[in-house]
Design a protein around this ligand. Structure first.
Ligand SMILES: [Zn+2]
Length: 114
């Protein structure tokens, strides 16, 4: 099955929960999870934009935000972010990310970025 993928806008990704796909409005705080890419992965073309991240454990593609290189977040060692509507969902999402990491080359590899 080929997944039709429409690239969302940066603002849209920033205000949409990566876990439950709900819109995060002004009525709630936005939680984020910072991720580190593999050293060999080149994500420079996504800087200041959104990046598709294929997650095989849930069979979905989630959109991450890649801050520009000069952003404080990048200097702190986080290469891309997911936004979430609650801390609880954040924890669940983190577990999935850990699973993906265990599987190996998926989330932090360069291959899935094409
Ligand atoms: Zn949510």
């Amino acid at each position: 099955m080929k997944l039709k993928l429409k690239k969302p806008k940066l603002l849209q990704v920033m205000t949409t929960c990566s876990w439950c796909d709900h819109k995060i409005g002004n009525d709630g705080p936005i939680y984020s999870i910072g991720c580190k890419k593999r050293p060999e992965a080149n994500i420079s073309r996504y800087e200041g934009k959104v990046m598709p991240v294929k997650m095989s454990t849930i069979g979905k593609t989630k959109w991450a935000i890649v801050p520009p290189p000069e952003a404080a977040a990048r200097r702190d060692g986080n290469d891309f972010f997911f936004t979430l509507c609650s801390e609880n969902y954040g924890d669940q999402f983190k577990e999935i990310l850990d699973l993906e990491k265990d599987i190996g080359k998926l989330i932090f590899s360069a291959e899935h970025l094409c």
